[in-house]
Design a protein around this ligand. Sequence first.
Ligand code: CA2
Length: 143
Amino acid sequence: MKPIYVLNGPNLNRLGKREPHIYGTTTLAEVEAICVEAAGERPVVFRQTNSEEALIDWVHEAIDEAAGILINPAAFTFTSLALLDALKMFEGPVIEFHISNIHKREPIYHRSYVSMRADAVMAGLGATGYGVAVGALLRLVEA
Ligand code: CA2
């Protein structure tokens, strides 16, 4: 069975340690456990990077290896045409995920390049929302 890839962008390694009023107190290690539990028997490849290059390389890897991608691109959401181009090469389902509701925030957080490829966009459910997103991705993968 092909895994789902859960990819996380810059600064999310600090989850649970800063700005708890926006991002909550759940750590990235706890998010990984939530994703693994929500995926059941489906394997999960869970990664985080602060590097745009690494994130793009992992999307390329997913083209051959993954059944679906759940991605929180963090700041690259709003800046990276290269990430959008890489995601366009992936043929399976893609869910864009944000812990906070980006549309409630400053205008610079409103224009997502990744949304131009994503099959679904989820924002504002908090870190535990990753589990909801994994469930939704599995339904898209298995449809
Ligand atoms: O809400 C999200 O999941 C975001 O993708 C998080 C990004 C932010 O740039 C997006 O607008 C929304 C990263 C925010 C900074 O990362 C932190 C992580 C943990 C604690 C504090 C900041």
